[in-house]
Design a binder for this molecule. Structure first.
Ligand code: ATP
Ligand code: MG
Length: 157
């Protein structure tokens, strides 16, 4: 398993990191975004959406009440926010497993609510520091994701 640590000092920097992740994504991908309220999960998700070609005119916000937003793009984007998920069984009704093994890109905020699922994925943890500082830890879980993370590390910062 390889992992990588970086920091950002502003919302724009986090969004730009997301954009790079989106631009580098060429195949079906599952990305779990973990971090406290306000850590920057949605900012990163918005960047990924832009990098996949979701136009600037389309707002990308947390699907807190709908649990999932779908954005057509170069690869279809499914953005989950599971904060209000009361029971992991609800995920089955949402069709989550099909998305996670599907042809698009799935982003999941509050993945802790998913219960124990063992999909290969990219695991991103965001942690707030002083002022606008965010520590970002990225782990590749699965071989394809290790390759992806190597490319990200080579391109980034
Ligand atoms: N370096 C940074 N990266 C990202 N966001 C930052 C940064 N510095 C400050 N911010 C601010 O932190 C907030 C992050 O909000 P965001 O909605 O992305 O959080 P979240 O992790 O999705 O929270 P929630 O769990 O409520 O959905 C925004 O108001 C943003 O402007
Ligand atoms: Mg959010």
């Amino acid at each position: 398993m390889i992992n990588w640590n970086t920091t950002t000092a502003s919302e724009d920097e986090t969004q730009n990191l997301g954009m790079l992740i989106g631009r580098l994504t060429e195949q079906p991908t599952l990305i779990l975004l973990q971090g406290d309220l306000g850590a920057g999960k949605t900012v990163l998700a918005r960047g990924i959406a832009r990098g996949l070609g979701v136009p600037e005119t389309t707002p990308v916000t947390s699907p807190t009440f709908t649990l999932m937003n779908h954005y057509p793009a170069r690869l279809d984007l499914y953005h989950f926010d599971l904060y209000r998920l009361s029971d992991p069984e609800e995920l089955i009704e949402l069709g989550f497993d099909e998305f996670a093994h599907g042809t698009g890109v799935s982003l999941v905020e509050w993945p802790e609510r998913m219960g124990d699922r063992r999909f290969d994925h990219l695991h991103v943890t965001l942690e707030s520091g002083e002022d606008n500082l965010r520590r970002i830890h990225v782990e590749a879980r699965g071989e394809d994701y290790q390759e992806f993370l190597r490319r990200l590390m080579a391109e980034c910062c």
